[in-house]
Design a protein around this ligand. Structure first.
Ligand code: ADP
Ligand code: MG
Length: 306
């Protein structure tokens, strides 16, 4: 079976934790055995998130007096692909993956006229109290939005249109290599007159994972995060888990744009295009979510909500 696994930010860093390297390496060591078991048996593509990490690099770049100007987000996404990809490769090997895992520094083509460039929505970096966020806003020109009780930087998150290195990923997969692809949604680039150029944005990793799963004709798209299922009436007294749903019913429900929304959209797109199965669930239950025994399973055409 060929599958695309999207790894949420919590695979590396939980909310409130310091973004130290060793914290992230320790979390990956816990997640890696289940992933290595799956990767040993199946053709696996891993697409990781990078919100906290790319935000940290942006802060460092902005504060560096040796620079004429900070690095653009595209360059910083590439940096996060390198370090997180390396951590995942090493964690899989240390967890006993018999084959090789490699990271491809991956470019994702977006449209220069994507309306997302005018309305930043994607959270990056850590959260701050409001007064600190306002100060950063005035010194950096960044935009901050409220995220729970904290304020976080938001950046443009245009639609992924095409994965430049996808053909190389296909060759590696066919040869038994586990591929860590399009980390952080891929380095955002625009395409003009046969030339690619990086842009200041961060693409949503779940939407990129759906595009990859569709284009690679994967049998399964799995999004592993920090909740056991998608919930109906999330955060209210009537909250209940959704175990299986058809995409038509799913499309009628509403989920928050900064978190569950992109996962549900990604699942819908992939299932609609391929009639395959998508699953959203907890990283701690990775094997069961992949097997269809846990998490929320999203299928084509089924009218039932359970
Ligand atoms: P990831 O890093 O895995 O992409 P996100 O924070 O973007 O994680 O998305 C997962 C979060 O979505 C959960 O921690 C939960 O707080 C939030 N969430 C919002 N709405 C729902 C819902 N209806 N069901 C489950 N989780 C939800
Ligand atoms: Mg997310």
């Amino acid at each position: 079976m060929r599958m695309v696994i999207a790894l949420g930010g919590n695979a590396l860093l939980r909310r409130g934790e310091r973004p130290d390297a060793e914290v992230q390496v320790a979390h990956l060591a816990v997640a890696a055995p289940a992933l290595a078991t799956v990767a040993a048996e199946h053709e696996v593509v891993i697409v990781h998130g990078n919100g906290p990490q790319v935000g940290l690099l942006a802060l460092e770049s902005t504060a560096d007096p040796g620079l004429t100007k900070p690095y653009p987000l595209s360059d910083l996404v590439a940096e996060t692909q390198g370090v997180i990809g390396y951590w995942i490769q090493q964690a899989l090997t240390n967890a006993g993956l018999p084959g090789r895992a490699v990271t491809l520094v991956t470019q994702t083509v977006v449209s220069a006229d994507d309306p997302a460039f005018g309305t930043p929505t994607k959270y990056v970096g850590t959260g701050y109290p409001e007064d600190h966020a306002r100060l950063l806003e005035s010194t950096t020109g960044w935009t901050f939005h409220q995220d729970g009780v904290e304020w976080r930087r938001v950046v443009a998150s245009p639609e992924p249109r095409r994965i430049v290195e996808l053909d190389a990923a296909e060759i590696l997969l066919r040869n038994g290599v586990t591929v860590i692809l399009a980390g952080g949604g891929g380095v955002p680039v625009v395409e003009g007159a046969a030339r690619l150029a990086g842009v200041d944005a961060v693409v949503d990793k779940d939407l990129t994972a759906a595009l990859i799963a569709t284009e690679l004709r994967a049998d399964l798209l799995v999004m592993l995060t920090d909740v056991p299922t998608v919930y109906l009436d999330y955060g209210t007294p009537t909250q209940r888990p959704l175990h299986e749903i058809g995409i038509a019913d799913l499309a009628a429900l509403h989920f928050p744009s900064g978190s569950m929304g992109p996962k549900v959209t990604a699942a819908g797109r992939y299932v609609e295009a391929t009639k395959g199965r998508a699953a959203i669930g907890s990283l701690d239950e990775a094997a069961a979510v992949i097997a269809g025994a846990a998490g929320t399973q999203i299928v084509a055409g089924s009218p039932r909500v359970s």
